[in-house]
Ligand binder design. Structure first.
Ligand code: ADE
Length: 227
């Protein structure tokens, strides 16, 4: 999968994909991430990419021309499955969306800044608008990093058995059960006996019960979410 990201702060996107599972995905050739500096696509003096908003009001708006120049120059070489704008007024990102995007081939992510981007870009170029939660970040970069991480680890072949996504929280609309490792007893706090029993059927049942209980307690909304 190829993911291109347009940003005015490309440095913010260097580290998130350089470690751990994202690094492995890139090293294996399963994920390619390219960060494009929007300022390389402006024709305005001093690499300007934003301006005052028409109608007045505080906050700058990202101008249409640099964004369209960047998008169209990328589209010359790549046909994207989706052009995604990260924005707090977008659709809330969730595991179902991550699963869906992980099966795509080419994505273009656009990070907003300031008050946002000129609405005409949204009207004519963006195919999906996504928020990572009900709070406002300084820009879309951290949101883009969240998307790439959540999607990238689901690309077939990225995770091995030990890191399998099948038992993650939110797969099957359930939170994950508690997990334990050595030592078996610490300060008198014992690991649940069932996990030491070697009875795999019983362990699976216990984990399912714990998952259900956790979900009921913490996120009952997930249990009646039938989408
Ligand atoms: N940009 C600023 N805040 C955001 C959010 N919550 N989600 C996605 N992009 C954003």
């Amino acid at each position: 999968m190829k993911i291109d990201i347009i940003s005015v702060v490309p440095d913010l996107l260097q580290s998130p994909f350089a470690h751990s599972i994202m690094k492995r995905a890139r090293d294996k050739g399963l994920l390619e991430v390219n960060v494009i500096n929007l300022r390389d696509h402006t024709t305005y003096a001093r690499a300007q990419v934003d301006d005052y908003q028409f109608g007045g009001g505080a906050g700058m708006v990202m101008m249409i021309e640099p964004l369209v120049n960047a998008i169209e120059s990328l589209q010359k070489n790549t046909q994207y499955d989706e052009v995604i704008f990260l924005t707090p007024d977008g659709e809330n990102f969730n595991q179902k969306m991550a699963n869906h995007f992980s099966l795509k081939d080419k994505l273009l992510l656009i990070c907003g800044h300031y008050k946002g981007i000129d609405q005409r870009v949204r009207d004519h170029f963006i195919t999906k608008e996504i928020s990572i939660g009900d709070y406002v970040l300084s820009g879309g970069e951290l949101a883009a990093a969240v998307l790439v991480d959540a999607i990238g680890r689901l690309i077939p072949g990225v995770l091995n058995d030990e890191t399998s996504a099948l038992t993650d929280s939110f797969q099957d609309n359930l939170l994950a059960p508690p997990v334990y490792t050595r030592p078996e007893t610490f300060r008198g706090w014992k690991v649940p006996e069932i996990l030491m029993s070697g009875n795999h059927a019983k362990i699976a049942q216990w984990r399912m019960d714990q998952s259900l209980q956790r979900t009921q307690e913490r996120r009952p909304d997930l249990l009646d979410d039938d989408q």
